[in-house]
Design a binder for this molecule. Structure first.
Ligand SMILES: *[C@@H]1O[C@H](CO)[C@@H](O)[C@H](O)[C@H]1NC(C)=O
Ligand SMILES: *[C@@H]1O[C@H](CO)[C@@H](O)[C@H](O)[C@H]1NC(C)=O
Ligand SMILES: *[C@@H]1O[C@H](CO)[C@@H](O)[C@H](O)[C@H]1NC(C)=O
Ligand SMILES: *[C@@H]1O[C@H](CO)[C@@H](O)[C@H](O)[C@H]1NC(C)=O
Length: 768
């Protein structure tokens, strides 16, 4: 069927299952969705890699995608549609120079697009590493064309030299704020603003010490400010801790901030930030001695609320390789801003000969407060701009940019912890659920090309699903969200993907829809479908906090499927658990089935080896899923297994089919013989290649319960061989093609009459 798809299920499932029994810190995604064209729109251009820079231009309905030596303008609604592109390649001379400096011509000596921002005149500012000689340019989109203006601006201090080095940048009112290394060796890290007056950080280890820059965000803190405060730009990064009394290098996570209107000092801190303050950021993951390292952040602001209510969501990964946990912590902007505005400073004190210890500063703090923005009080004192600041204030901040207090997350613990694929990027979206409450849904990209969708419900971590976006797995390197299209955009080295915020249609039953606890989705009672909340007006069943499926109407009873098997052959009954949180169990004739060496309960079904007459009977596969509210049991599949005595004896099998008339039977048997012969002949010529098409067509020609399955059975062995998909999956398809209501999903609504739907449904099964 879809070998990569099947492999995927089997790759994800064991992982999920091994986690289940672990400590409560680990959170298993309820569903693991393999990569599938139905999940995502993908963009990739032949021979082009590293799609790691994105800019949303909702005003132009465009997604700008920066890759290696190229920029693309894609349709924001469907990124498979390329509207324009422009190449930005390095010249042979540049490449030679780069190689002569000892860099690799095939990787490092290329132009990696690293900065893409909108300017106030609606053009775009774009920078690339340009063979270890960063350069910036202006770019415009008009008449369906992307054009670079070839301004060749120096990109030093704006864009990294090294394409493998992390950086951060943000455009605020046409002024570029950037955090990167400003020399070839990568030894001069700066946080800089390039206009109107270019200023940067000091080259001092107390300011930035071997930093890894992560992200930037601005906060409109001048809004309704009684103190006449300035707007701020926040920088998130990790660095070697200067304050650590340890022999080994210790990396810590930091948040730093500067005032937007900083112009530097007059004599002290000339053309340097006078407002650069930083603090440690903690995300305490239990069991961990070493601090976790920040990897990405997302600023979440409710447009109806004050900036003080904004949050920063940040992802953290462990410092040592021994752990494979990743975590998300959430911080209040007001908590961060309070530490900078009122907190104590750390100060270095020399101990013994050469050792410096950082302790809390408890002496007098000069006025105006070091690192503060120019506010009304400063203005009253005649200080209208940072150039007017007294030397005492400037000298203080030059020596002590680090705050004593660390920033603690909301609740002093992570909102999500997970073992497994390392988190790389995060986006958070606020959505109002049917209960009227607003929830923060986290979308997290991982090293393995998957996207997690998770919510923290009153301290309960819940991962709704994990969708494989990139196959083969590639780390997600950039993530954006458009409020206009309601779509998420992810970039990796191999391509870009677009997915909707919710794929409610994947839930085929009310129970599955409700147990998914997805605030975007609800069960439409009238239509009998799992739908996106905003699309319906009628009565909706949803229970995000509890996962209370008792509100669901009774599921349609599952129609048993007939299976016949040969004496001494194998009987394989398929049953996929509807979610990773569900456990399946089997019953025969209403009593629990005891597994043995011969009767094996597999992840995807039941396998009975060397089956005999005594194995015939009624089999039922049950799924039990524990939700916060209750434990829910549903029947996933039911089978009536019948033994066939002799492979050659069609008479005995005819006896099973009571319905058809003699004439009908003759037709059936005639068709069977013809198709068996055709199959044999075909196999003979084609060298035993089983085509699903062939299988499905045969089944539609003949009635399901006639033992033409003998033909199928004869193929079971080599259909089993290529992959873990059981051969019995096939009759499932044909069964629904016959118009039968094979509710393998248990509670599925009666929507599967259409063969197209049922095929879709089969695919969905694999996605469980
Ligand atoms: C660019 O993509 C290639 C191919 O996936 C990868 O090997 C390489 O590491 C990437 N380079 C950077 C700078 O990310
Ligand atoms: C600050 O601005 C006020 C009014 O704009 C002005 O009177 C004062 O002289 C300025 N102070 C300095 C030091 O420039
Ligand atoms: C299974 O076989 C029985 C008779 O043995 C028949 O009545 C029933 O309709 C069949 N069910 C299906 C789903 O084919
Ligand atoms: C199958 O079962 C029969 C009877 O129980 C036994 O004689 C035979 O050895 C078994 N075959 C295999 C392959 O286990």
């Amino acid at each position: 069927m879809h070998p990569p798809l099947a492999l995927c299920v089997f790759w994800l499932l064991p992982l999920a299952l091994t986690l289940e029994e672990d400590s409560p810190l680990d959170c298993v995604p309820r569903k693991s969705v393999p990569s599938h064209t139905a999940n995502a729109h993908l963009f990739h251009e032949e021979g082009v890699f590293n799609y790691s820079t994105m800019l949303l231009r909702e005003d132009l309905d465009l997604l700008l995608l920066g890759a290696r030596e190229a920029v693309y303008a894609l349709d924001l609604k469907d990124i498979t549609k390329k509207l324009a592109s422009v190449k930005w390649e390095v010249t042979q001379q540049q490449r030679d120079e780069c190689r002569n400096k000892g860099k690799d011509p095939e990787t490092e000596c290329m132009n990696y697009i690293r900065i893409l921002h909108q300017t106030e005149d609606n053009r775009m500012y774009v920078c690339g590493t340009n063979a270890f000689d960063p350069e910036c340019d202006y770019m415009s989109y008009a008449d369906g064309k992307l054009t670079l203006e070839k301004k060749a601006e120096d990109g030093k201090g704006k864009c990294p030299f090294d394409p493998f080095q992390r950086y951060a940048s943000i455009m605020v009112e046409n002024n570029l704020f950037s955090a990167t290394s400003m020399n070839f060796l990568g030894s001069e890290p700066v946080l800089a603003r390039s206009s109107p007056v270019s200023i940067r950080t000091e080259f001092k280890s107390s300011w930035l010490h071997e930093p890894t820059f992560v992200s930037m965000a601005q906060m409109p803190e001048s809004d309704l400010s009684e103190e006449g405060d300035d707007d701020k730009v926040y920088l998130f990064f990790s660095e070697s801790a200067v304050e650590c009394d340890c022999y080994n290098k210790l990396v810590v996570s930091r948040v730093a901030r500067v005032c937007k209107g900083d112009l530097g000092g007059l004599r002290t801190l000339q053309k340097k930030w006078t407002s650069f303050l930083k603090a440690r950021m903690d995300c305490p993951v239990l069991e961990s001695q070493l601090p976790y390292i920040i990897q990405d952040t997302y600023r979440l602001c409710d447009p109806q609320q004050h900036w003080k209510d904004c949050l920063f969501y940040a992802i953290f990964t462990p410092q040592s390789d021994t752990s494979d946990l990743s975590a998300v912590c959430a911080y209040r902007v007001s908590d961060i801003s309070k530490v900078f505005a009122e907190g104590k400073y750390k100060t270095p004190v020399p101990v013994e000969t050469s050792f410096v210890k950082w302790v809390m500063y408890s002496g007098d703090v000069p006025v105006p407060r070091p690192g503060a923005c120019i506010d009304n009080e400063a203005r009253k004192a005649g200080i209208n701009q940072t150039l007017d600041l007294p030397d005492r204030t400037l000298q203080f901040i030059k020596d002590r940019p680090l705050m004593d207090q660390a920033i603690q997350p909301i609740g002093e613990k992570p909102v999500l912890v997970r073992r497994g694929a390392t988190f790389t990027r995060i986006i958070v979206n606020q959505v109002q659920a049917a209960d009227g409450e607003k929830y923060h849904v986290m979308f997290i990209g991982t090293e393995e090309g998957t996207m997690l969708k998770a919510v923290n419900y009153d301290d309960e971590m819940f991962i709704i699903e994990e969708v494989q976006l990139f196959q083969p797995p590639e780390p997600i390197k950039t993530l954006k969200f458009s409020h206009v299209t309601g779509q998420l955009y992810a970039g990796s080295d191999s391509g870009a993907a677009q997915i909707p915020l919710a794929s409610c249609w994947r839930s085929l039953s009310c129970m599955d829809c409700v147990l998914a606890r997805d605030p975007y989705c609800g069960w439409d009672k009238a239509d009998g479908k799992c739908v996106v909340l905003s699309d319906v007006k009628g009565e909706i069943i949803q229970s995000v906090k509890q996962g209370d499926a008792s509100l669901c109407p009774d599921a349609d009873p599952v129609k048993p499927m007939n299976r016949s098997f040969w004496h001494g052959g194998n009987l394989n009954l398929r049953c996929l658990p509807p979610s990773n949180l569900a456990k399946t169990s089997w019953e025969r004739a209403g009593r629990p089935l005891t597994p043995s060496a011969r009767i094996q309960v597999l992840q995807d079904g039941l396998l009975i080896l060397n089956a005999t007459e005594s194995d015939s009977g009624r089999y039922r596969c049950l799924s039990v899923e524990l939700s916060k509210a209750d434990q829910y049991t549903s029947t996933v599949a039911e089978y009536q297994a019948t033994a066939l005595s002799d492979p050659g004896d069609t008479g005995s099998t005819q006896a099973q089919t009571k319905g058809p008339s003699v004439a009908g039977l003759q037709v059936v048997v005639g068709l069977l013989v013809v198709s068996l012969l055709a199959l044999l002949a075909w196999n003979f010529y084609k060298g035993h290649l089983p085509l699903p098409w062939n299988c499905r067509k045969k089944n539609t020609e003949q009635s399901q319960e006639t033992p033409e399955q003998g033909g199928l059975n004869s193929r079971v062995t080599y259909q089993d061989a290529p992959g873990p998909v059981p051969a019995e999956g096939k009759p499932l398809v044909s069964g629904t093609n016959n118009g039968r209501n094979n509710h393998t999903g248990g509670e599925a609504a009666g929507e599967n009459e259409d063969p197209k739907d049922s095929l879709q449904y089969i695919d969905d099964e694999y996605e469980n």
